[in-house]
Design a binder for this molecule. Structure first.
Ligand code: NAD
Ligand code: UGA
Length: 463
């Protein structure tokens, strides 16, 4: 079989960029991305490409090329499902906030809704592709729902997890280390796998498209994120030891990263990892292990999250301690709010938790981020439910200009590694700050020596 019409349910950080690249690379395939969120779909259709709902370097060019040709964004979900031969499910799978597995398990409510909707409107055979990150064995749930509620239609389920990282999504999609496709090992299952392989083969060398059984593919996605996050927690845990021993974490990273068995990537000490997935996926892994009674395995992975929480808390405490144990009514400037550079995504960003900690101590925050809106920052704080929205609004000011954000500040904290921070006129900033002027570099991106020469008191992670 040949894939000709794709419907992707979910026009988020994964669905949007992934489908844009498939449409760009495969002009013969019609790709329709659907979402319940009308505002999001309207933004994807906005004639001004600056207004796309997601900021990703290079994305607007891809959308410009394919949109209206073979790439469409729509809220007509049932119509798109009905017409498609292949349906990607790319909806959110957040941590459950209620009931059994609260705070650990993935909430599969939206996945199940998709499966039921697909079953309801399908009249022709379809391939269903799990693009969302899912607990191992979810495909069996989807299969069961489709089998019992469908109209006698034949569905093949594939697992095709996404490994893109935000901020580099387009490059990751164009040149992935690998694409993973898991499917049923029956003849029909293998045919479906082959059909999807042929889509990716249009621009990705065949040897980079790995195929496995369904369960290995589902579990590999959680495993990949757990391994990546574990590297960050490992290096962050040792950053604390460096601070006590005059070792320097950047030197340690370089020293171990040159061992080809360890490798240099993902060894950058930081204020803690953020993003919508690392924490959620590890918690989910922990929950799955517990469900199978694997207590030791669950505890092993749980430690990655504990160290990350500790690192965020430690950073906030360091600010308070160095500001003579009180930040009450002191202006502290945050440079960066996004969970990493080159994205407007703030989900689980370390900045939110560090801010919350300082707000407990009644600090006054002034925040600048080149891509995150004021509305988003306040919504992030309100979501924690630790104080009223009005209090958050009173204590936090969001600035459009970084120099204004730093004026009359006691301290600057770098929360995101945006490149532009390195090139600021730091003398100009210093001149307008209260003295002693402190900088807490949560990303180790600034030139410590130069800043100290100007007169700043500089604190970096792990040295
Ligand atoms: P997102 O929240 O940005 O997007 C999900 C979208 O799905 C939302 O716009 C929502 O309105 C829509 N949706 C939910 N239920 C729907 C339904 N029944 N019908 C139509 N639309 C519906 O989420 P995301 O960041 O794109 O993540 C999606 C999945 O991909 C998650 O499982 C995540 O773990 C995984 N993932 C994310 C990333 C990433 O970088 N963000 C990378 C790899 C994998
Ligand atoms: C991560 C994975 O890298 C992707 O492969 C995966 O597809 C995705 O999660 C997902 O499933 O959602 P992402 O969260 O977008 O991608 O970004 P990363 O580059 O992995 O960064 C995650 C966090 O770790 C960021 O806060 C980043 O600043 C931090 N980090 C990363 C460090 O603190 N140090 C490092 O060395 C690397």
């Amino acid at each position: 079989m040949e894939i000709k019409k794709i419907c992707c349910i979910g026009a988020g950080y994964v669905g949007g960029p992934t489908m844009s690249v498939i449409a760009q690379q495969c002009p013969h395939i019609q790709v329709t991305v659907v979402d319940l969120n009308q505002e999001r779909i309207a933004a994807w259709n906005d004639s001004n490409l600056e207004n796309l709902p997601i900021y990703e370097p290079g994305l607007s060019d891809v959308v410009k090329e394919a949109r209206g040709r073979n790439l469409f964004f729509s809220t007509e979900i049932e119509k798109a499902i009905h017409e498609a031969d292949t349906i990607f499910i790319s909806v959110n799978t957040p941590t459950k906030t209620y009931g059994k597995g609260k705070g650990l398990a993935a909430d599969l409510k939206w996945i199940e809704l998709c499966a039921r909707q697909i079953a309801k409107v399908s009249t022709t055979d379809k391939i269903i592709v799990e693009k969302s990150t899912l607990p191992v064995r979810t495909a069996s749930t989807i299969k069961d729902i489709l089998k019992h509620t469908g109209n006698g239609v034949n569905f093949q389920i594939l697992s095709n997890p996404e490994f893109l990282a935000e901020g580099t999504a387009v490059q990751d999609l164009l040149k992935p280390d690998r694409v993973l496709i898991g499917g049923d090992q029956s003849e029909k299952g293998k045919e479906a796998i082959q059909a999807l392989v042929e889509v990716y083969e249009r621009w990705i060398p065949r040897e980079r498209v790995l195929t496995t059984n369904l369960w290995s593919s589902e579990l590999s996605k959680l495993t990949a994120n757990a391994f990546l996050a574990q590297r960050v927690s490992s290096i962050n845990s040792l950053s604390e030891l460096c601070e006590r021993t005059e070792a320097d974490i950047s030197e340690v990273s370089r020293a171990i990263g040159t061992d080809s068995r360890i490798g240099p990537k993902f060894l950058k000490a930081s204020v803690g990892f953020g993003g919508s997935c690392f924490q959620k996926d590890i918690l989910n892994l922990v929950y799955i292990c517990r469900t199978y009674g694997l207590t030791e395995v669950a505890e092993y992975w749980e430690q990655v999250i504990k160290i990350n929480d500790h690192q965020k808390r430690r950073f906030a405490t360091q600010i308070i301690t160095n500001l003579y144990n009180t930040v009450n009514a002191k202006k502290i400037t945050f440079l960066g709010w996004a969970f990493k550079k080159d994205t407007n995504d703030t989900r689980e960003s370390a900045a939110i938790y560090v801010a919350d900690h300082l707000l407990f101590e009644k600090a006054k925050l002034s925040v600048y981020d080149p891509k995150v809106t004021e509305q988003q920052m306040l919504a992030d704080l309100d979501y924690l439910n630790t104080r009223s929205a009005q209090e958050n609004q009173e204590l936090v000011t969001v600035e459009q200009d970084p120099y204004e954000a730093c004026e009359d500040s006691h301290a600057i904290a770098v929360l995101t590694e945006w490149d532009e921070f390195k090139d600021y006129d730091w003398q100009r900033i210093y001149d307008k700050m209260l003295k002693p002027a402190h900088i807490f570099d949560g990303r180790n991106i600034l030139d410590k020596e130069q800043l100290e020469k100007i007169g700043f008191k500089v604190f970096s992670i792990g040295s």
